[in-house]
Design a protein around this ligand. Sequence first.
Ligand code: OKP
Ligand code: ZN
Length: 343
Amino acid sequence: MDIIFSPDHALHQSPGELNSGEFVPAFEKPERAEIILSRAKAVDLGPVIAPDPFPAEHLTRIHDPRMLDLLRTGAAEWAAQGRQGGAFPFTFFTRGFRADRVPQTLEGRLAWFCFDAGTPLTATSWQAIESSAHVALTGAAAIAQGKRSIFSLCRPPGHHAGSDHYGGYCFINNVAVAAQYLLDQGAKRVAILDVDYHHGNGTQQIFYQRNDVLLVNIHATPDQEYPYLLGFADEPGAGAGEGFNLNLPLPWGTDWAGWSAALEAGCQRVAEYAPDVLLISLGVDTYIKDPISQFKLDHAHFTLMGERIAKLGLPTQFIMEGGYAVAEIGVNAVNVLTGFEGR
Ligand code: OKP
Ligand code: ZN
């Protein structure tokens, strides 16, 4: 399986995040991608290929250009105002605030577009953010040209980023950009299976009213877990999209028995949809030792996950999302891929 990877991911290095009332070192750090890449090389997964450049219109197909402007220039503006560290919001947009005008100040735009205190912009973040989207697009282009499987080793991740909001360590929704690219290249139906521990709220928001993208999400219930505000079972899609969003929330403590039952249900829905292409939002923070998660999957379960996905028999693009047990993240992510390959 070809691996799409850019060393530019390391240009995004979060200075830290607010966690339980304290500013702590970021969980989403550059070592994550390097360790996955090392493991992929160690098992000879396939050639490592650099991303191609793509025109910005592939990003504006999914995202508000004003949000992309903020991601591109916000950190420089922050520094020009004499501030150190990453550009974080201090206030957050919510019900009751003016929904009809995007502010002009940097503080106002951060409040408008960013939804949490864990997703700072630094001086060189944009290059990493854009390269991550290009890693997804390059993988999608390979699938459009007939490849049966691809691993897009994206970093930073993307599934929490919506059309006009970002957070959860995510800036551009890489899997959504890839899905739209595949549709633009002629695919009629694309399925996304999100196996990250956290609900992919951004991906859901982007495709909620559409039936050309089926989204299946397996995740910790928002009754207990981030992102808290979306990802419940009673979110079937709306309008033309009704029936094309399937949330499979699970409680803290879920082990392979519970998780694999949800995977089975999700795979059956994907098979019924009969997509042209399958995209996997591949988070491995379901791992038992993940530092911010509460599921109980172990190394061998990731192999089984890949095997089950392979049984769908679809052209499949894996797109990296979360996973924070840095030492073990390589084994877990690559086990999904070797499981998929049946080895
Ligand atoms: C991104 B992805 C930890 C706070 C966690 C954000 C989690 C984002 C996860 N106490 N806050 O889905 O892996
Ligand atoms: Zn996650």
